[in-house]
Design a protein around this ligand. Structure first.
Ligand code: DAH
Length: 342
């Protein structure tokens, strides 16, 4: 029996040593120490031993059992530690592996141009405003001295939202002049309002049914055409360089009096005439004028006390000149091969 016990112990130690998983250990515990286990089997035969042998063998059997139990616990701990180690290794983060550079986008050329205009405006104390693209005809036309029946209000040019022509997609950012006067209430007012505008135009190299304008409005005591000229010249020089040359041409807009357009001398040919300026030597940049007294009055501002000027810049046109882009459609198609160049 002594040999049997020694054998069980030796076999058990070997098996425990070889076990690779905690589930194997559990199976071993059952087969070695369980009710139907080998050790229990041997103990059951104790009854056949003599009275002298029994306590000796009992002692020995207990020692074997204790040794197996101790080793079992030890192996459990070892396997758990090994499993933890393996897990940590598998999940380890190797900080020396070179990173994958995230693909960063960048500003659209039109927004590069817009941000330049904004920067110059903010430097001159302008406040940036945004307003609705779905606009009341009242704001888009009537309050801008463009009465019903005016050709600009024609259904063939404007996307109307309501059958009765009272709501539309704004055709210009000029309604922001009215909104600014109503919101701010009293001069001084110095705002810049960029945004989308819509007109029923077919798409071609210079037209799109949706485009962007930047509206400017300045109202205070004693504002004159000289302020308009000085401010717009500052804009142009900031955008196109200190040596740019501008000219003002008389024009007509319903909501300004007098009205003008501003041209900048072609930066390519310096006025001689070339394909960029279509042989004219000058490039049209914006419309402007002194705010019509009727418009001021309609917004509750006394034209005898206050005066002001306004201007409207076509943003795409400006960006196209700034970056020498020849086709308006490129700005909206968003082909990354095109956009990556800026
Ligand atoms: N809203 C005009 C247009 O779309 C541009 C314009 C002209 C805006 C004169 C102005 C202005 O503020 O004073 O053609």
């Amino acid at each position: 029996m002594r040999e049997q016990l020694e054998q069980i112990k030796a076999k058990a130690m070997q098996a425990l040593q070889e076990a690779k998983e905690s589930s194997e250990l559990e199976a071993l515990r059952v087969s070695l120490l369980g009710k139907k286990g080998e050790l229990t089997g041997v103990l059951k035969m104790m009854g056949k031993l003599s009275a002298e042998e029994r306590p000796v063998m009992g002692q020995l059997a207990n020692n074997v059992r204790a040794a197996i139990e101790a080793r079992l616990e030890q192996r459990k701990a070892e396997l758990a530690a090994a499993a933890l180690e393996a897990k940590l290794k598998a999940e380890a983060l190797d900080v020396t592996v070179p990173g994958e550079a995230p693909a960063l986008g960048h500003k659209h050329p039109m927004y590069i141009a817009l941000d330049e205009v904004k920067e110059i405006a903010i430097g001159m104390g302008f406040q940036i405003l945004e307003g609705p693209e779905v606009e009341l005809a009242d704001y888009n036309f009537t309050k801008l001295n463009t009465e019903e029946g005016h050709p600009a209000r024609d259904w063939s040019d404007t996307f109307y939202i309501k059958e009765d022509s009272s709501v539309l997609l704004r055709t210009q950012t000029s309604p922001m002049q009215i909104r600014a006067m109503e919101a701010i209430g009293h001069p001084p007012i110095r705002i810049l309002a960029p945004g989308r505008v819509y007109r029923k135009d077919e798409v071609d190299a210079t037209h799109s049914p949706m485009f962007h304008q930047i509206e400017g409005l300045v109202i205070d005591k004693g504002i004159t055409m000289a302020d308009l000229k000085g401010t717009l010249e500052t804009f142009v020089k900031g955008l196109y360089g200190e040596d740019s040359v501008v000219r003002f041409r008389p024009h007509h807009f319903p909501f300004t009096e007098p009205s003008c357009e501003l041209d900048v001398q072609c930066f390519k040919c310096k006025g001689a005439g070339c394909p960029t300026c279509k042989g004219e030597g000058w490039i049209e940049l914006l419309g402007a004028g002194m705010v019509h007294p009727k418009v001021l009055e309609g917004c509750g501002i006394d034209p005898n006390v206050y005066s002001g000027f306004a201007f409207g810049i076509g943003l795409e046109r400006m960006a196209m000149r700034r970056f020498q882009i020849s086709d308006l459609r490129l700005i909206f198609e968003n082909d990354v091969r095109f956009l990556r160049q800026f």
